[in-house]
Design a protein around this ligand. Structure first.
Ligand code: ADP
Ligand code: MG
Length: 700
């Protein structure tokens, strides 16, 4: 393997701070930095100079095109490439890129989902430069393109993307967090930012096998497949030695990430066979979101170079773990103070406790919204299935903080439990200090030392959704706190009372036990915590007056924008299930049934031959009878999918339609699948029309 120097390649394809400092006139550089720091509007003359420097830099590195890179509601990224060229009168061309082109683009994008926000007659959409996320170069066999991260909105200024509400939510939490800091006497901090480190899970499978499965090609997951004799029972894949082929892929991915200034750091095998994880070091939420989109894009793009395909679907295979994304979230000042860092003696750290309680209040009050923010059709198979957190949102705090909350509730906050020394029982091993709290892998929202880990997030989704919701609901709780405290005569006693009240009202959301257990489901019900099993049940919470008011008060989403997003959620669910149902019908009709019939015929022939010579044909007959029985069940399932699908498609109201898909189409799909999987266990493998789980999961 060729030797590389990470410091040399790191960030080489990014128009980052170092490049700007080197290439921009001092005055322009300073103005630009001030603009970002203060959140002011960018002056046209500054944009002009930056555009020119950006263009020169990109062209020196081989770029011919630029694109406004944006994140429409599809959850993936979009780009429309424009060449830098500008023709001259003498029939030649010069390379040009203006400040205007940098700041604003106009992709005619009437085909992106808008949830009714714009008719096709209002085709105009604008992409607007997000100067807080650096521009970068994408290189591949087709050439080099300068990508400019942008927000995407309609002609009337409504957000048509995932990024705009995310940026707005960062503004909202900044505003409210600053109010709290001022109350605590902090006059220095100018800006508060949320940071995210998303851990990305994914599968890698053999491309030749992938190509033989229509379900993987059309839907990203297997719609059929009996569970193989060996799955993940032995836990021998988790953190196991990484196979060379996979390691080569990871190495390639690391290099591409590093060139893009993405700090890919931790890589390991995950629980399921063929499953892996990549975690970069955390960054500002909008940058982390851009980077996560790029990571997913490069995973997909690089895998085929190694004869592999990357599956980002939440549940590519039934019976083994699916993939999620752990969204590690924290909030820090521009001075570098992590407001979720408890310090050595959390009971004395009132600022930390205020922020902690704001998060707890936010999660409790908006649990359904948070659950919805982590929903997509793929995640329906994971949440509550003993491999990912349940659909019930709760907060894990650990022993030490739970104890502190008890003290707050009792009105007597005096001490913090300490981590103890620990001995492993081998004299030569060093003594280590235990953390004050253990971890909890079953909690959907766990405090992990100095950050919260939101563990429900789906692997294939943009993290913009969960994070704009998280930022806004916490901003809302901070606002309530600030409103109350700003009017208080005596800050200390008002704060103590507020903390006590908050613990009393919201402690029901705190749970430190096993989130996968049945007891918790019963207990959560007793506590009155919502258990929204399907995203279809959660979508109505989006448009409830309380939610709409909260989003509009913080300037994150207007009523129309909220409603459009609810519509898009329904449409996404309906569309994905329609494709899955149709793919199933196709595979049953064209692949499974013909294979079963051919095998049944060979059995019938064998029975006839055996009978003709007077031999015993009882085994063959028994097998044929079993196959006929399952084939009938498959046929029933097939017909049920068809009729329920036809029925659902006639429904106009989106909510009713989505429910028809959930209650009828999806149920029929599971019936057909069960019959097909049983058949797979009966039919000669020579006849089976596509690779099985055993082939796919253990063949990389
Ligand atoms: P785990 O043991 O769950 O893998 P790690 O400590 O390795 O946890 O971190 C996982 C992710 O959390 C990484 O992306 C890391 O950069 C990120 N992370 C660490 N500290 C913070 C923080 N203060 N805010 C946000 N993310 C963080
Ligand atoms: Mg983790």
């Amino acid at each position: 393997m060729e030797k590389i120097s990470i410091p040399e390649i790191y960030g080489m394809n990014v128009f980052n701070d170092a490049v700007m400092r080197e290439r921009l006139p001092k005055k322009i550089y300073k103005e630009f930095k001030d603009t970002i720091q203060n959140g002011d509007e960018l002056k046209p003359e500054v944009a002009e100079v930056i555009a020119n420097a950006m263009k020169d830099w990109a062209i020196e590195r081989g770029a011919t095109h630029y694109t406004h890179w944006f994140q429409p509601m599809t959850g993936i990224t979009a780009e429309k490439h424009d060449a830098f060229i500008s023709p001259t009168k003498d029939g030649k061309a010069i390379m040009e890129f203006s400040g205007k082109e940098l700041i604003k683009g106009e992709p005619d994008a009437s085909s992106f989902p808008s949830g009714g926000l714009r008719g096709t007659f209002e085709a105009r959409g604008y992409s607007v430069w997000d100067c807080t996320s650096p521009a970068f170069l994408k290189e591949d066999a087709s050439g080099v393109t300068l990508c400019i991260p942008t927000a995407f909105c309609s002609y009337t200024g409504e957000a048509l993307d995932k990024k705009t509400p995310l940026l707005r939510s960062m503004q909202a939490i900044n505003t409210q967090a600053l109010r709290i800091l001022r109350l605590f006497g902090d006059t220095e901090t100018k800006k508060v930012t949320t940071s995210v480190g998303p851990e990305q899970e994914y599968f890698l499978i053999d491309k030749d096998l992938y190509d033989q499965r229509k379900d993987l090609i059309f839907t990203g997951r297997t719609l059929f497949g009996a569970v193989p004799p060996k799955g993940q029972q032995l836990d021998d894949h988790y953190f196991g030695t990484i196979k060379e082929k996979i390691a080569c892929f990871m190495h390639d991915l690391d290099i591409e990430c590093w060139k893009l200034g993405i700090s890919a750091k931790t890589e390991h095998n995950e629980v399921a066979p063929s499953q892996h994880e990549l975690a970069p070091i955390y960054d500002d939420t909008n940058v982390a979101t851009d980077h996560n989109q790029l990571i997913m894009e490069y995973m997909k793009k690089l895998a085929p170079r190694h004869g592999l395909v990357c599956l980002l679907h939440e549940k590519p295979f039934a019976g083994v773990n699916g993939s999620g994304k752990h969204n590690n979230w924290s909030i820090a000042t521009d001075g570098g103070q992590n407001l979720l860092d408890p310090g050595k003696e959390p009971h004395k750290n009132k600022l930390f406790l205020t922020f902690l309680l704001a998060v707890i209040k936010a999660v409790d009050e908006y649990a359904p919204l948070l659950r919805l923010s982590a929903s997509n059709p793929g995640n329906e198979h994971r949440l509550g299935a003993q491999e990912a957190p349940p659909a019930i949102v709760s907060v894990f705090l650990g022993e030490q903080l739970e104890d502190i909350l008890k003290q707050i509730e009792a009105g007597n906050l005096t001490n913090s439990k300490k981590g103890e020394n620990m001995s492993i029982g081998v004299n030569t091993l060093p003594r280590i200090k235990k953390d004050a709290t253990d971890r909890n892998r079953t909690s959907p929202f766990a405090f992990t030392g100095n950050k919260f880990e939101f563990r429900m997030v789906p692997s294939s989704a943009s993290i913009a959704g969960p994070n704009f919701v998280l930022n806004t609901i916490v901003a809302d709780a901070l606002k309530d706190f600030a409103d109350e405290l700003e009017g208080a005569d005596d800050f200390d006693s008002a704060l103590a009372a507020l903390m006590q009240k908050t613990v009393k009202e919201h402690k029901k959301v705190i749970f430190n036990g096993n989130g996968y257990s049945d007891e918790w489901i019963a207990e959560a019900e007793k506590r009155g915590l919502p258990n929204l099993k399907s995203m279809v049940d959660a979508i109505p919470y989006y448009t409830m007056p309380k939610t709409v008011k909260m989003f509009s008060e913080h300037g994150v989403l207007t009523k129309a924008e909220v409603e459009s997003r609810a519509e898009i959620k329904y449409e996404d669910y309906i569309n994905k299930l329609t494709i899955e149902a149709k793919t199933m019908l196709d595979m049953i009709a064209k692949q499974i049934k013909p294979a079963v019939i051919a095998y049944a015929k060979s059995l019938a022939d064998a029975i006839a031959s055996l009978n003709a010579v007077g031999a015993d044909a009882s085994v063959e007959t028994e097998l044929l009878n079993s196959i006929t029985k399952e084939n009938n069940a498959l046929n029933d399932g097939f017909k049920e999918i068809k009729s329920s699908l036809d029925n659902a498609e006639t429904i106009d109201d989106l909510k009713d339609k989505a429910n028809a898909f959930k209650n009828n189409v999806f149920v029929a799909m599971n019936k057909a699948r069960k019959a097909a999987d049983d058949l797979e266990m009966l039919v000669d493998e020579e006849y089976w029309p596509f690779p099985t789980y055993g082939d796919i999961l253990f063949n990389v």
